[in-house]
Ligand binder design. Structure first.
Ligand code: ARG
Length: 494
């Protein structure tokens, strides 16, 4: 260990660390991303210890300014990088800023050590007072909560944008019709808007899952010390308030080792990922020549280097694939946490990268899905003709008979026979002559044909949540009202 950069814990050690181990156990190569959170939490802690008379008002001022200068360094790196390489995308610039910061401080063990070293450069020996009454165990717990809270807010904003795009698409689909499927076999006709509103329902639940997770996690670990609570009588409400938390956490052992908030976030992200993946899967299928329901927007597709005719659904395939990372992260975190004795264990350091990956993956997905959704062009005529072939009106036909007093079980049997007849003759139900139908049941009459028309087949589903035209119009306007009333992400909980 070199002299000019002592560790935060070197006093009791006489032997230097094994070089390879030292590098291997460092978290700075990834936890540099917590710089804004570490600076904010450190400033909040500075206020707390100043209130306990550990810092004079002048020292507090100096400390706050020094921390701000350390924090500004990230944006300076970002600025320098975009000045030299134009406007890199989010991921490239994150990687470049990270590489620059990490290379600038090869001696930093983790983000806490880095800020202390940098703060020493800014304000000299005063920097060493900042650690009074705190531990890295509460710091990392606080930084991660702040990071997850921001990531949730970004996700909520992204979900709102995607919801708005789905609602617009549902609205512009009007009364267009498509087949619905069960077992991936044609089932009954539905409105295209009804199908899209199914995804709106899923995303509304996702929104509420992230919102719940945010409410549950919004408590401040600062003041929990290493495990048993700070060794000074600190007013923990000062930092909690400064950082926008609802209150201080109630138990120091839990607060320093709890990562449920990360798990909640990753699990909510997994469920969202599953919904994204289902949407992506359907669009991938519907864009095949076999279905031909949708024209993939060129702006979101790629070609093949080998086959000149190809237009490939890379966006939906990647979206489907990325959900695997989200599920993987949730599984990793659950496995990481499940065997840990109270309280802090270094294993927990391993959870950070999972969360960064979840946040980045969600940010990426939600950056493309709204635009992709808005630019989808459906082939309504193909959807409608698919909805009119394959006896999708058979249930409406059975309902017709049951309305005539035939018990449904019997009606089902009779229509089954009619379908069999149609299959043998190569005719849909509405093309079967009345006389042949009447040979199957005396209850068939001329009004049968109107009862199994496409519109009648839709409109007989006249229940809340059903696909009758008027019900879907109502469902759409209710969904629009609910989505418009969702709280703007940052203001959601204050
Ligand atoms: N880098 C560490 C982590 O992420 C910070 C906490 C270290 N605490 C400790 N007792 N070694 O978990």
């Amino acid at each position: 260990m070199s002299n000019e950069s002592p560790k935060m814990w070197s006093g009791r050690f006489r032997e230097p660390l094994d070089r390879t181990f030292e590098q291997w156990q460092r978290s700075f190569p990834f936890d540099w991303r917590l710089l804004p959170q570490e600076v904010a939490a450190s400033q909040a802690h500075a206020h707390t210890i100043a209130a306990a008379s550990i810092l004079t008002p002048e020292e507090l001022e100096k400390m706050l300014r020094g921390l701000e200068a350390v924090g500004l360094r990230t944006s300076n790196w970002a600025h320098r990088i975009s000045a030299t390489s134009g406007e890199p995308d989010y991921e490239t610039s994150t990687q470049q800023v990270g590489a620059a910061i990490v290379a600038s401080a090869p001696q930093a063990e983790d983000i806490h050590h880095y800020v202390e070293l940098e703060l020493t450069r800014e304000v000299g020996g005063l920097a060493l007072k900042l650690h009074t009454g705190r531990s890295r165990n509460e710091q990392i717990a606080t930084d991660m909560r702040l990071f997850v809270r921001d990531a949730i807010d970004a996700t909520l904003a992204g979900l709102q944008a995607w919801l708005a795009a789905l609602l617009t698409l549902a609205e512009t689909s009007g009364t267009a019709v498509m087949p619905s499927y069960t077992h991936l076999q044609r089932a009954e006709p539905v409105l295209v808007a009804h199908w899209l509103l199914a995804y709106v329902s899923m995303l509304e639940r996702d929104f509420s899952r992230f919102t719940d997770a945010r409410t549950r996690m919004n408590f401040c670990p600062l003041g929990s010390g290493a495990v048993a609570g700070a060794t000074l009588a600190l007013d923990r409400s000062i930092a909690a308030k400064a950082l926008g938390f609802t209150a201080p956490t109630p138990n120091s052992m839990d607060a320093t080792s709890d990562r449920d908030f990360m798990l909640d976030f990753a699990q909510a992200a997994s469920t969202l990922g599953i919904h994204i993946s289902r949407f992506a899967e359907e669009l991938t299928l519907y864009a095949t020549a076999e279905f031909g329901f949708v024209d993939l927007p060129e702006a979101y597709s790629t070609g093949s280097s080998a086959m000149p005719q190809k237009k490939n659904p890379d966006l939906t395939e990647l979206a489907r694939g990325k959900s695997a990372r989200l599920l993987g992260a949730a599984t990793s975190l659950a496995t990481l946490i499940k065997g840990l004795p109270l309280a802090y264990n270094k294993d927990l350091q391993e959870g950070q990268e999972q969360i960064f990956d979840v946040a980045d993956t969600l940010r990426g997905l939600l950056s493309v899905l709204p635009g992709f959704t808005r630019s989808l062009k459906f082939r309504f005529e193909r959807m409608e003709s698919a909805a009119q072939t394959g006896y999708l009106n058979a249930m409406a036909a059975a309902t017709y008979l049951s309305n005539k007093g035939v018990p449904f079980r019997k009606a089902h049997e009779i229509i089954g026979n009619a379908v069999r007849l149609g299959l043998d003759k190569g005719l849909e139900l509405n093309a079967l002559p009345l006389a042949e139908l009447q040979a199957l049941s005396e209850h068939f009459a001329e009004d049968f044909y109107a009862a199994i028309s496409l519109r009648a087949t839709l409109d007989c589903h006249d229940v809340t949540g059903g696909t009758a035209t008027s019900r879907v119009a109502q469902a759409l306007s209710e969904a629009k009202r609910r989505v418009a009333a969702l709280p703007p992400a940052e203001a959601a909980h204050g």
